[in-house]
Design a protein around this ligand. Structure first.
Ligand code: SAH
Length: 221
């Protein structure tokens, strides 16, 4: 973790981040490197300033454009699945949002490809991560349901918005044995982790969760 990140934490958020990590542990997050990254990342810099005092609390928070950053436990569960099951080569993320999940993926994967349909969120997240010195992320403003603009095979795909079905473009770009993490509202809202096995899916885990919806098209603001 860079000194830049730590300096910001030392100015007041360190106890809150440590309490968040204790809570994550109590809820079954066991991956030490993940807990360490989440305990040192300045989560308060990723939410709207009016909510920064709540940034380490167990709640989703506004990030602008009526979108939300997921609560810490949801981010931790999805990432822990990836760390447990995926090859940590190339990952595609749909829904850059604030860039918080992107930042964590960038710590563990060689390369992160991330797509956001709101131009202003895309711009802000990109600037934020570049200013933190994160260099292994490719950003795209567009509709993530169409997939990455170039044909690139992914080791994992993570969708951070709720869908009713899995977009085909996203399963097509996944390698054999690749890992898909996504929230889905059928039959009830939950997040799931699946491994691609030919044209079948092996379910590796599910948890209940709430997310903003996966939407079509783009928005220029
Ligand atoms: N992972 C984010 C939280 C994202 S909230 C974070 O850590 O902050 C879900 C995001 O998905 C929102 O920013 C929303 O605009 C985006 N989104 C929804 N549908 C999308 C689509 N089809 N393509 C790309 N992004 C999408």
């Amino acid at each position: 973790m860079s000194q830049y990140d730590l300096r910001h934490l030392v100015t007041g958020s360190e106890p809150k981040a440590a309490a968040m990590v204790r809570e994550l542990r109590a809820q079954g997050i066991t991956h030490e490197a993940l807990l360490s990254v989440m305990g040192t990342l300045p989560r308060h810099q990723f939410v709207e300033p009016a909510f920064s005092h709540l940034a380490y609390s167990a709640t989703p928070l506004p990030i602008g454009r009526q979108q939300t950053i997921s609560q810490p436990l949801t981010v931790a569960r999805m990432t822990q699945w990836l760390l447990q099951y995926a090859r940590l080569g190339r990952v595609l993320e749909i829904g850059t949002g604030s860039g918080y999940q992107t930042r964590i993926l960038a710590h563990f994967f060689n390369k992160v490809h991330t797509i956001e349909r709101h131009q202003s969120l895309h711009n802000k997240a990109k600037q934020r991560l570049l200013s933190m010195g994160v260099g292994n992320v490719e950003y795209w403003f567009g509709d993530g349901q169409i997939g990455w603009p170039q044909k690139i095979e992914m080791d994992a795909v993570i969708i951070t918005a709720m869908a009713s079905k899995i977009p085909l473009a996203l399963t097509d770009c996944l390698k054999q044995d690749g890992i898909l993490i996504m929230p889905i509202d059928q039959p009830t809202q939950h997040i799931g982790c699946w491994r691609k096995k030919g044209d079948r899916w092996q379910c590796l885990g599910t948890e209940s969760a709430h997310f903003v919806p996966l939407l079509e098209g783009t928005e220029d603001a």
